[in-house]
Design a protein around this ligand. Structure first.
Ligand code: R5P
Length: 294
């Protein structure tokens, strides 16, 4: 098998190829003056199983289109099969019609991946895992939550720390992390306004007074959810507070606002490259590729 590190995940692709000991095919990438992408495989891929590593975090539209272009070209150039390694799947949060007339963007994303010839898909903590099951593409959705928890435990000596899910969608995450941190877990009740996107939280008592605590979430985008969770922990007198997430999109000044709210550190992964990407998802992805191909 050959690894193709796409423009959005060059370092991650190289790490995966290093772990597997298989070659990485560099992609020539440039932008035309009008913003369109130019992509070229620099080596022969005919007859090969290829894994295209391309996350689709911001700028989502451009990164996603590059993934489609690379996959379509790989098939056209005679690749035997294409695994799309897409740690962060753009539009994954719009998996249903919340208001009449809305585009169900996640469905469109999956239709397009299938149309261009993706045979298999590897994602990391995909926001709407049920959607994967209804697609005709073979998939594996790995979780980086245990890796985040293990890192936090050893790096910050967080044995016994409380794991907090900022909403009920993250409960499964904290069930897993609490086993690693060997502490309790809990969650907040969050609602999001369907028109403005504003989040609101119900007041909830948590047994965190004097304890270290980590908020675990799949995504930090605007930061509103994480800020509220950190604030809640602070108001309930938690001791040291940390923020951990897999996909740290950290739009605008989200990072500064979360730290200002009282988080000592924000720890993310390289599923989306950001200033807080300290934990790598490469070993998890390499493990799946090894199981399938090597
Ligand atoms: C939502 O269900 C997700 O799990 C995250 O909590 C959310 O996407 C974070 O978004 P933001 O940072 O904009 O609050």
């Amino acid at each position: 098998m050959k690894i193709i590190p796409g423009p959005a995940s060059r370092d991650l692709g190289l790490k995966i190829s290093d772990i597997l000991g298989v070659s990485a095919v560099p992609v020539d990438f440039k932008r035309f003056p009008d913003g369109e992408s130019y992509l070229r495989f620099t080596e022969e891929i005919r007859g090969e199983d290829v894994a295209i590593v391309q996350t689709t975090g911001p700028p989502q539209d451009s990164n996603f289109l590059q993934l489609l272009l690379l996959t379509d070209a790989a098939k056209d150039l005679g690749a035997k099969s294409v695994v799309a390694v897409v740690p962060y799947v753009a539009y994954g949060r719009q998996e249903k019609r919340f208001r009449p007339g809305e585009a169900i963007s996640a469905n469109t994303v999956f239709k397009l991946l299938s149309d261009v010839g993706v045979d298999s898909l590897i994602t990391v903590d995909f926001h709407s895992p049920d959607l994967l099951k209804s697609s005709d593409i073979r998939f594996e959705n790995v979780s980086a939550m245990p890796s985040l928890a293990s890192f936090m435990r050893t790096q910050y000596n967080l044995d016994g720390a409380f794991s907090l899910a900022p909403d009920d969608g993250a409960i499964e995450f904290v069930k897993a992390t609490s086993k690693i941190l060997k502490g309790d877990y809990g969650w907040l009740e969050k609602t999001r306004d369907k028109v403005t996107g504003e989040v609101a939280f119900e007041l909830k008592a948590l047994n965190v007074k004097g304890k270290d605590a980590v908020v675990f979430d799949d995504i930090i985008s605007s930061g509103s959810t994480m800020i509220h969770a950190v604030r809640t922990l602070r108001e309930m007198r938690a001791r040291r507070i940390y923020a951990a997430c897999v996909h740290s999109l950290l739009m605008g000044d989200a990072k500064e606002r979360i730290l200002k709210e009282g988080a000592l550190e924000i720890i993310g992964t390289d599923a989306v490259q950001s200033p807080v990407s300290v934990v790598s998802v490469a070993p998890l992805i390499a493990g799946i590729l090894k199981k399938w191909y090597v």
